[in-house]
Structures are given as structure tokens and as C-alpha cells.
Design a protein around this ligand. Structure first.
Ligand SMILES: Nc1ncnc2c1ncn2[C@@H]1O[C@H](COP(=O)(O)OP(=O)(O)OP(=O)(O)O)[C@@H](O)[C@H]1O
Ligand SMILES: [Mg+2]
Length: 253
């Protein structure tokens, strides 16, 4: 029989594990993500060869009849299984500790494409009774939940969309992931970071700002030194007092 927990107020030592990074091209999204501990990049845009981290290229492959010979849904499933089963058996220094989904927008499109190709239709709406959409949501949610259940850091990368209000000329920037998918992915994220670049070419400076936080994180609770350093480089991640306190503690040691 299940034992219910006691009624009490817990004080969780919270540490962020799931990240969402968005920004316009070449602002350092992949660059930032690749500095997390032992990263594995799930790549969609084929520019992973320019990065220094190991990667798996995701794609739907069709045979000569135009049918699917490799579905991205199956590929994702196999990757998750390998991460659950094979990864923990590896020697500690060979274990992946971070999964980078670069970029999640494309994965959504690929899942959609896989379902359509499999059903021999042009669009999800061509599959009767809304079954196409249902299959899509299941596949995406399953993927996000499986990733979250892994004992690893998960980073979702998305591109940027700029929308200019024609009435007042004000431009707003947001992740290009469609809102309904954004909610699925982001419901499972702890920190949302936007990357920005100022200046061009050799004079470029790279910035990261925190857009949303699940709770107020205390830098003293971040166990991994590398992640702490990375998060410290994002403006708005920690309270200034907390960082000063941590610094004093270090100095007194
Ligand atoms: N913090 C940084 N310091 C120095 N150089 C950086 C930094 N961030 C990014 N760069 C440089 O900018 C280049 C582009 O960065 P990156 O590939 O991460 O961009 P991206 O946002 O992933 O772009 P895309 O959307 O095209 O994939 C990198 O090759 C790297 O040399
Ligand atoms: Mg990139």
C-alpha cells in the first residue's frame, strides 16, 4: 500500500536542471550550451560539425518510394533508451551529463513530418478526427517528459522571432517556437535565457539575460562548479547579495 507523506512545509534545495535558451542566429546559443558538463548535442541544422561537442544528427530519411525508412520519432526513442540504459554503465568520465536539443523548433517540424509521411498525408489536419494532432502532442510530450526524467541537465534551444507593432513601431522579441509547443516544453523548464550579441565581427560582445525563473535560486545550492560559473555569466540569474555572500564564504575558506 502507498504511504502518504507527512503534512509539513519542506525547504527544497533547488537547483535548475532544465534550461530554455533562445536568441537570434550567431548570438552564442550553441556555444553557451556546449560548455555545460559532458554535453551530447541532438542536432537538427547540420552545423554541429562546427561545434566541439559530440552530437547526433536528427532526421527523417525517406526511401526511393518516398516512404519513411528512418523516423525521427523512433530515433528520439532510441536515443532516450540508450541514455537510460547504456549511459549509466559507462565509466564516470564517459557519461553524458547534459543533453542539448539544438533546435527544438526543428524537432517539432520533424515529428510533424514523420507522422505525415507515415500516414501518407500532406498535413496533420489531413488525418481524420484530429488524430494527427493527438499523435503529435503525444510524441512531443513523451520526448520532453523522458528527457526530464533523466538524471541530466537538459537544454532546449530555440530561434528568435521579432514582431513589430505597426501602430507604434515597437518591436517585441520572443522565441520562435509556436506558443502551444512552447508551453509544453517550458512547463518543464526551470530557467529561460535569451542570448544577445552587441557589435559585429571581431568586436562582438556576447550577452545572456535570464527571462524567467522557476524559483529564486541561491548560488550556494548549485553543486556543479561549472554550471555555477555559466549561470553567473547570465544577468539576472542570482541576487547580488547571494553572490556576495558566496564570495565572502569562499574567501574565508
Ligand atoms: N560568449 C562568447 N564568447 C566568445 N565568442 C562567442 C561567445 N558566444 C558565441 N561566440 C562565437 O559566436 C559564434 C556563433 O555562436 P553559436 O554558434 O553558438 O551561435 P548560435 O546562437 O548557436 O547560432 P545559430 O542560431 O546559427 O545556431 C561561435 O562560433 C563563437 O565563436
Ligand atoms: Mg547554434
Amino acid at each position: 500500500m502507498i504511504i502518504l507523506p507527512k503534512v509539513q512545509t519542506l525547504k527544497p534545495k533547488s537547483e535548475p536542471r532544465n534550461f530554455f535558451i533562445w536568441g537570434s542566429p550567431m548570438t552564442g546559443k550553441s556555444y553557451f550550451a556546449s560548455y555545460f558538463p559532458n554535453p551530447l548535442i541532438l542536432n537538427t541544422d547540420g552545423n554541429s560539425k562546427q561545434g566541439s561537442a559530440p552530437s547526433i544528427q536528427l532526421r527523417n530519411i525517406r526511401n526511393e518510394k518516398g516512404r519513411l525508412s528512418q523516423s525521427v520519432i523512433k530515433q528520439l526513442d532510441e536515443i532516450i533508451t540508450a541514455l537510460q540504459v547504456e549511459n549509466p554503465k559507462r565509466p564516470a568520465d564517459q557519461q553524458f551529463k547534459t543533453i542539448v536539443v539544438d533546435v527544438i523548433d526543428d524537432i517539432c517540424v520533424m515529428i510533424e513530418q514523420a507522422i505525415c509521411l507515415d500516414a501518407g498525408v500532406q498535413a496533420l489536419s489531413d488525418i481524420p478526427y484530429g488524430k494527427g494532432y493527438a499523435m503529435f502532442n503525444t510524441a512531443l510530450q513523451q520526448f520532453v517528459m523522458d528527457l526530464k526524467a533523466l538524471p541530466m541537465n537538459v537544454i532546449y534551444i530555440s530561434r528568435e522571432l521579432s514582431i513589430t507593432d505597426e501602430n507604434n513601431g515597437v518591436t517585441a522579441y520572443e522565441p520562435s517556437l509556436k506558443t502551444k509547443y512552447y508551453n509544453v516544453v517550458n512547463g518543464n523548464c526551470d530557467v529561460v535565457i535569451r542570448t544577445k550579441k552587441i557589435g559585429d565581427g571581431q568586436n562582438a560582445s556576447y550577452f545572456r539575460e535570464v527571462k524567467a525563473l522557476r524559483t529564486m535560486y541561491d548560488p550556494a545550492n548549485i553543486t556543479d562548479h561549472r554550471i555555477l560559473q555559466l549561470l553567473e555569466s547570465c544577468s539576472g540569474m542570482f541576487k547580488k547579495e547571494d553572490l556576495e555572500k558566496l564570495q565572502q564564504k569562499k574567501e574565508s575558506k
